[in-house]
Design a protein around this ligand. Sequence first.
Ligand code: HGY
Ligand code: MN
Ligand code: MN
Length: 416
Amino acid sequence: MIDSKIAVDADRTYRELDELAQFSDVPAPAVTRIVFSSADRAARQYLTNLFEQAELEVRSDPVGNLFARLIGSEPDLPVVGTGSHCDAIPHSGRYDGTVGVLGGLEAIRSLQASGFRPKRSIEVMMFTSEEPTRYGIGCLGSRLMSGKLDPIKAASFKDNAGVTLEQTLVDFGCQGSLDQVRLPSDYYSAFVELHIEQGPLLEQHALPIGVVHAIAAPAALRCSFTGVGGHAGAVLMAGRKDALLGASELALAVERAALEPGNQDTVATTGYCKVHPCAVNSIPSLVELEIDIRDIDGERRNRVLASVQNAAQAIADRRELTLSCELINADPPAKSDAKIVAAIQESCKTLGLPHLDMISRAYHDSLFMAMIAPVAMIFIPCHKGYSHRPDEFSSVDAIGKGVEVLAQSLAKLSMN
Ligand code: HGY
Ligand code: MN
Ligand code: MN
């Protein structure tokens, strides 16, 4: 039987979140921690030290996913997993992802301290490269674990400096080849991810816990327009082929395409724009955009995707620009598993914590873990829903409650 009050040390976790935030390429309160950067390397070492201090069995795989396991009484059974990511997009916050890694560790430590011995081993993970910053595609580590990303294709991914993932992994000291990352489908019996909501609903409803029933379907496009460069003063307006004007029209077309279905669950963003040669007195000859399109309804998302691709071609034709349009990813939405949802809801009840049943508009590694295991997510409130911003904030109380629910849920699932 599980003790209803497993003592979680939320203050310790909060301190660790602040310590982890120091590993950043920008000054606090912002955090920038791009995968395989020196800040990422320092963060990984920090986490490994904490995992080892907790006497967990620690390993990393060829793409740098970290695993820390509390061995159960029946160690050969499929494992109960938890975890999230620690990479952070430029100028973002300290709680996105990290709450799921350090919160998962704290849940395990609190179970250990309570004397609870799981039947199934419980494992906390840190996924490599959940953010798309370096390679343009999110969830690199969990995609490879789920078998949804071809390891040969992944090895050839290049960053903005033109360095392949394969070379970066060698330089970073990762061992093995990417085809060894894929997990067997019975590796996990359950996977539960704790994460800040990255939306305002829990705070608006003054509720401490969200139980996630589905994760929206993300898609990303890379579109580049090639025009004709030239002197900003000497080239007359007539006949110009300005690549940035084509890109600007496309960004507005992306907004129109997202609004057209008239459903709040359809969102699209042009978050990346690279202009060449990027000089005030030179006509842009090449502009590259990255476009993010999501919806909880996969079909509706695909219609928006198609309309953006059509708009891009029409703009290129009308402005006599050359278009290249690459689909980076178009993933299906994920549904949580009813059993895992029930375990989380029961844990909330045991702890007397009201919860909100909700969907996740952000994607998470659970989107891909859902392809190889029954998953669900636990959300905690963050201030005004702010995320991917330096003023991202979640309180020690909110995090403590989330870890308590996680600990109870992991304990339940490890005894099934
Ligand atoms: O973009 C996302 O949804 C996640 O935060 N990477
Ligand atoms: Mn994020
Ligand atoms: Mn995240």
